[in-house]
Write a protein of this length. Structure first.
Length: 378
């Protein structure tokens, strides 16, 4: 049966609710739910809460009951297929059945193996009418959870490489000074993109040169993304400012076995709260492909990269970058640090092709979102 105009309206509203789970629900997907009737009455609304907390459907049902509404016979509009597995919380499909919901409109199926169609099947087996949204809405729902889909379907996070540069592609002066190439509006916008990531990735070169905090400060944040440092030889200074962010996990990845590390240095980093991990080496450096698999196994959905030219180039050369987030300032710097230390090309047609996904003006700067062609179809 085709969806009604009210179905489209409620799904759009549920997707707005789902955005409230950004920076909150990881590693769970961002989901919104509305419970109501065909006469346009809304009984309850909800978005997925922190991991271990209630999912969107449960929040909406609780809101309905708290307002004195009986959800029996109502419709639930939900942006992602209700879960069918028992993880930290019971299955949402069972909660909808128990509540007597008569109809469910689903934005997109959940690819997770514990659900992946079984949530819809269990709803239908209980006599609940289930309708699926059209392809356009499904694409929007998937885009909001592109990191979750990437982790489930590819066993790696969605990798977003953020760069702030001048119009001639310089990220700093030759001596490393970069504050500030882009304006305040771009910096705040960049922090909003940091907030949506499960983790921020940087390299030891950036840690030594810039001593950054790499936290979310310019926009409100309930949680801080995990910080991941690629540090092959365990050279992160224990006094680095990155350790000054409260309640933020810091994972440092090197290539040497734990017993080969300098014990005093490792102990000093552990005392600052760092978790030290090792991976197999590729040419004496952390194997970046293995790192992404490791991070996916630890529940990282979106990985936001803010690094230097060498690590940027290594990720690009390995075809591990899914998206570039580039802020261009209307400035010409001349000699300075490049955005990626790419090797020279033998021919122009060997250049890496990218596709513009979005171009917007942010303050005085331009924000470009680019992806390799077809990457969103993984």
């Amino acid at each position: 049966m085709p969806l009604t105009a009210l179905d489209h309206t409620r799904l759009a509203e549920a997707l707005v609710l789902a955005h409230e789970a950004i920076g909150v629900s990881d590693p769970n997907p961002r989901v919104g739910c509305i419970v109501g009737h065909a006469d346009a009455r809304v009984l309850g609304r909800g978005a997925t809460q922190r991991a271990g907390g209630p999912h969107a459907e449960i929040v909406a049902l609780r809101a309905a009951r708290a307002a004195g509404h009986e959800p029996r016979g109502a419709t639930a509009w939900v942006t992602l297929e209700p879960c069918a597995h028992h993880g930290r919380t019971p299955p949402c499909c069972d909660a909808l059945v128990d509540a007597g919901i008569a109809r469910v409109v689903v934005g997109i199926g959940d690819p997770y193996a514990g659900t992946n169609g079984s949530g819809i099947a269990r709803l239908r087996a209980a006599g609940i009418e289930v309708e699926m949204a059209d392809a356009a809405f499904a694409a929007a729902a998937r885009e909001l959870n592109i990191g979750f889909f990437s982790r489930v379907l590819r066993a790696r996070p969605w990798v977003r490489l953020k760069i702030a540069a001048s119009l001639d592609g310089r990220t700093a002066l030759a001596d490393g000074r970069s504050q500030w190439i882009t304006g305040a509006a771009s910096r705040a916008d960049g922090h909003a993109w940091r907030r949506r990531a499960s983790a921020v990735l940087t390299g030891i070169g950036t840690v030594r040169t810039d001593d950054p905090r790499l936290d979310v400060r310019e926009v409100p944040a309930l949680l801080q993304p995990t910080l991941v440092v690629v540090d092959s030889r365990l050279e992160t200074p224990p006094a680095a400012r990155l350790f000054d962010v409260p309640d933020r996990p810091v994972w440092i990845y090197g290539v040497m076995p734990d017993e080969a590390h300098d014990k005093a240095r490792a102990a000093a980093l552990a005392a600052r709260g760092a978790t030290l991990r090792t991976l197999g080496a590729a040419h004496g450096r952390v194997d970046l492909g293995a790192l992404l698999g490791e991070l996916a196994g630890r529940g990282i959905n979106e990985l936001h990269v803010e690094a230097g030219a060498r690590l940027n180039a290594a990720l690009l050369d390995a075809d591990l970058v899914d998206e570039l987030l580039v802020y261009l300032a209307p400035k010409l710097i001349g000699p300075g640090r490049e955005l990626a230390a790419l090797a020279p090309l033998a021919a122009l047609d060997a250049a890496r092709a990218l596709r513009f996904v979005d171009v917007q003006r942010i303050g005085d700067d331009l924000r470009l979102v680019l992806r390799p062609p077809g990457r969103e179809l993984f």
